[in-house]
Ligand binder design. Structure first.
Ligand code: ZN
Length: 78
């Protein structure tokens, strides 16, 4: 059975793990449109990846107006 040479103190273990700590995703911008996007992913704004159009993105025109329904009569109103 392997025997531990010397006990690593909590401080030494924590110092070692601190250098390997996950610090989140690197900020990345699309090379085509300049929008912020995830690295190694197709841009969600323009569908560009690695110098070519990888996906077609539907361009939405004006935002659809919500349908206005006529107000219903209510005995407590008026
Ligand atoms: Zn883009």
């Amino acid at each position: 059975m392997a025997v531990q040479q010397c006990k690593r103190s909590k401080m030494r273990v924590r110092q070692r793990k601190a250098s390997k700590r996950y610090e989140g995703l690197e900020p990345h911008t699309c090379t085509n449109c300049g929008a912020a996007c995830l690295p190694h992913r197709v841009c969600t704004k323009c569908g560009f990846y690695d110098g070519h159009q990888a996906r077609q993105i539907m361009q939405t025109a004006a935002k659809a107006q919500p349908i206005r329904r006529p107000r219903l009569w209510h005995p407590m109103s008026s």
